[in-house]
Structures are given as structure tokens and as C-alpha cells.
Design a protein around this ligand. Structure first.
Ligand SMILES: Nc1ncnc2c1ncn2[C@@H]1O[C@H](COP(=O)(O)OP(=O)(O)O)[C@@H](O)[C@H]1O
Ligand SMILES: O=P(O)(O)OC[C@H]1O[C@](O)(COP(=O)(O)O)[C@@H](O)[C@@H]1O
Length: 313
């Protein structure tokens, strides 16, 4: 059995340990593993390398993705799908494990639709934690810990020099998991999310009310990147209330970094289930982590929107 593995879409910490675990699990079963570089682009270019457990020893502790990742929008075209399938067949690949987001799962599904003899299995890999049916996606914990360190840093000043307002923009695109986590942890007063929109006027009212408490040293508000509102809201509140509003954009520092222990453990769990699926001839599934257990979900289901239900926690 020959397994191809790719990392695709946005890179996330946890992808490297996951590839390493795929190699470990698959070679233990006597399978060969080929890492294709730059996601689907590597399949297009037949840019691959056979991976052995000894090669990936150092991968557990590395952020980003050593295989690199890529976006290949042309894969929506049938002619490219057929070309990639032809390449996989020529390279005698039996199964394709895709570590990425729902877009990448969709791409893999298209390849399977061209040739159903190629077994495809997805592993959720994105810092956004936004894959339908899964409580966890690889990279989320590392990204969250980066956010915690970042906010901890600025609140030292918040306590030392009271009277400030901190607006913090997290990554996470249109999904509020990263931004709202700081509220759940008690580090932020409230969050502004795509799932729960708030006008600048409403933000201003809330900040004003919080700052009226003489015992409160600072106010901290997290913004999900996809609101595209952080700077504008900061300017608005600064102008309206005359407060010292500091705008902080986490940006891409949040997508990198050494994978946390939690990400390495999930990397092991996801990889084990992905390789087991291949071994059992299970196809068209992605691995999910739900209520403390790993299981499989039909890959078509990944196109559904994961409902954000953390407001009441
Ligand atoms: N509907 C689709 N059909 C074919 N390929 C797709 C489709 N959607 C996404 N892909 C492939 O998957 C890649 C990664 O998808 P993208 O949405 O950018 O990231 P993610 O996997 O993180 O959601 C795309 O660049 C493209 O090659
Ligand atoms: O790398 P790009 O294309 O600029 O994408 C940025 C986006 O990638 C993310 O880091 C996660 O993207 P994925 O869903 O592709 O993993 C978002 O948080 C961010 O909005």
C-alpha cells in the first residue's frame, strides 16, 4: 500500500507532528508513505519524497509545515483533477491523506470522484477550529497559547498604567473561536465576532460603561479578524470618549510557532485514525474529535458551517 500525504490550505502548527505520526503508523503496518510538497501543487508537479520514520524524528517540534502547503484554485476544473489523478496513478498511490481545511477536503473529494480507486482521508488542520463535526482542529491550541502570551504581555501595562483600552484582533477569519476564547478565559471583557456583530456605537457604549467602574484598571476587547472592524472601532471609541485606546493586531505571528503538547497529542490521534481508515479500506471520510473521542465523518459534511455555540459557556 502506498500512501500520499499532503498539507494543504493555511499552514497550522501540528501539521508537522501529524505527518510524522502518519509515517510512524503507516510504516508500522508495512506501508510506504510519500510526502508531496505544497499541497495539491506537489501532486500536479509530481514533487514528492518517500518518508521514513528516521526522517521525521525532528518534525514533532516544528511549526509551519516542512512539506509546505499551497493553494491551487484551478483544481476546481475537471481537467486539472484528471491530471492530478493521472499523476497519482502513475506514482502508484492507493490512498491520499490530506491535512487541511474544508477546501482541501473538497479538492481531495474531486480527485476521488474522478477515480474512486483512490482512497481519500482528511485530517482537520487549521488554527481556526472551524471544521464541521469536530471539536478540535490541529493548530488551534498553539494559536490560542500565542494569543494568551500576547494578551498577558499587554495587560502587564494595563495593570501598571490604568485607564487604557486594548482592542486585540485575532486571526480566525470569519470564525470566532480564537477571539471569543479570551472572553471564556476571563482575559477579555467582551468579543466582537462575525457570528455576533456589534456596531461601533454599541462597542463604544459597552466600553464607556465598563470604564465608569473606578476599580477597573483597563478594558480589553477581542475582535475576530473577519469583522474587519478593529482599527475603525478603535478610532471611533478614541474620538467619542477621548480614551487611550490601543489597537493590537496579532496577525501572522499567531499562525506559526512550536506546536503545543495538546497539538502533538491530537496530531497523534488524528494520524492514527487516518492510517487505520486506510488500512480498513475506509474512504471519503475525515477524522473528527468529538466529545473526547475520534471518529469519522463523510467528507461531504465538511462543507457545512460549524455552528458557533460558545456564547453561553
Ligand atoms: N471546490 C473545490 N474543488 C476542487 N478543489 C478545491 C475546492 N475547494 C478547495 N480546493 C482545493 O483546496 C485548496 C485549499 O483550499 P482552501 O479553501 O484555500 O483552504 P482550506 O483547506 O484551509 O479550507 C485550494 O487551493 C484548492 O486547490
Ligand atoms: O494565508 P492566507 O491565505 O492569507 O489566509 C489567512 C487566513 O488563514 C487562517 O490563518 C486559517 O486559514 P485556513 O482555514 O486555510 O487554515 C485564517 O485565520 C486567516 O484568516
Amino acid at each position: 500500500m502506498n500512501i500520499a500525504v499532503i498539507t494543504s490550505g493555511g499552514d497550522s502548527p501540528g501539521m508537522n507532528p501529524c505527518v510524522a505520526q502518519v509515517v510512524k503508523n503507516a510504516t508500522a503496518l508495512g506501508y510506504k508513505v510519500y510526502g508531496y510538497r505544497r499541497g495539491f501543487l506537489g501532486i500536479r508537479d509530481e514533487d514528492y519524497i518517500e518518508l521514513f520514520p528516521e526522517d521525521v524524528t525532528g518534525w514533532y517540534k516544528q511549526g509551519g509545515t516542512i512539506l509546505r502547503t499551497g493553494r491551487f484554485p484551478e483544481l476546481k476544473e475537471r481537467s486539472w483533477q484528471e491530471k492530478l489523478v493521472a499523476n497519482l496513478k502513475e506514482n502508484e498511490i492507493d490512498a491520499l491523506i490530506v491535512i487541511g481545511g474544508d477546501g482541501s477536503f473538497n479538492g481531495a473529494l474531486k480527485l476521488h470522484e474522478v477515480d474512486s480507486s483512490i482512497n481519500i482521508i482528511g485530517i482537520p488542520g487549521t488554527i481556526d477550529n472551524n471544521i464541521y463535526g469536530s471539536d478540535y482542529t490541529l493548530g488551534f491550541d498553539t494559536a490560542l497559547n500565542t494569543q494568551v502570551r500576547y494578551i498577558d504581555g499587554m495587560t502587564d501595562t494595563g495593570l501598571a498604567m490604568p485607564g487604557r483600552v486594548f482592542f486585540v484582533e485575532t486571526l480566525g477569519a470569519w470564525d470566532g473561536y480564537l477571539a471569543h476564547s479570551s472572553v471564556l478565559m476571563g482575559m477579555a471583557d467582551f468579543s466582537v465576532l462575525v457570528e455576533k456583530p456589534m456596531s461601533n456605537e454599541e462597542i463604544c457604549r459597552k466600553v464607556k460603561k465598563l470604564m465608569e467602574n473606578p476599580k477597573k484598571d483597563y478594558v480589553l476587547v477581542t475582535f475576530a479578524e473577519g469583522t474587519y472592524q478593529t482599527i475603525e472601532a478603535a478610532n471611533y471609541v478614541r474620538e467619542k470618549l477621548g480614551l487611550n485606546v490601543k489597537c493590537n493586531l496579532l496577525g501572522f505571528t499567531q499562525r506559526g510557532g512550536v506546536p503545543t503538547a495538546t497539538d502533538r497529542i491530537h496530531a497523534a490521534g488524528f494520524a492514527k485514525y487516518a492510517v487505520n481508515a486506510v488500512a480498513q479500506g475506509i474512504s471519503n471520510k475525515y477524522v473528527v474529535y468529538k466529545n473526547g473521542e475520534y471518529s469519522y465523518m463523510d467528507i461531504q459534511m465538511a462543507s457545512n458551517k460549524k455552528q458557533f455555540d460558545w456564547f453561553e459557556l
